[in-house]
Design a protein around this ligand. Sequence first.
Ligand code: UDP
Length: 140
Amino acid sequence: MAVTRTFSIIKPDATRRNLTGAITKMLEEAGLRVVASKRIQMTQEQAEGFYAVHKERPFFNDLVSFMISGPVVVQVLEGEDAVKANRDVMGATNPADAAEGTIRKTFAESIEANSAHGSDSEENAAIEIAYFFKPEEIVG
Ligand code: UDP
């Protein structure tokens, strides 16, 4: 398997509880390396654009409000099959369904406030990385 990159967000429920380090440690222990990271306050426009694929879903407005309710940490992660490694350690969307030892099982508050985002494909990872980072901000 090749070394690839994916995109991660530590969501507002997690930054609020000072879990940036704990979540990053779990990502690192899963074999991922943080090659870019910044703490930002997303604007409404940024959050709407990021989740545009979900704009017809009933949870869209609440999700956007949640994602701008506090700071987030956006990260580029690098490792062997990074998309899968990140999705595996993140766990299922709903923490009630997430496996033991995953980020969402350990930290998520609800299906919405579920502590972490991870790209679901390499194609989306490239789009999401470019949405938040300039190439020179990523140092492998
Ligand atoms: N979400 C929600 N309600 C739902 C499903 C999803 O609030 O019923 C939120 C949740 O924060 C999730 C995000 O929308 O992480 C994106 O949903 P997706 O289905 O893409 O899940 P993910 O890829 O994040 O596991």
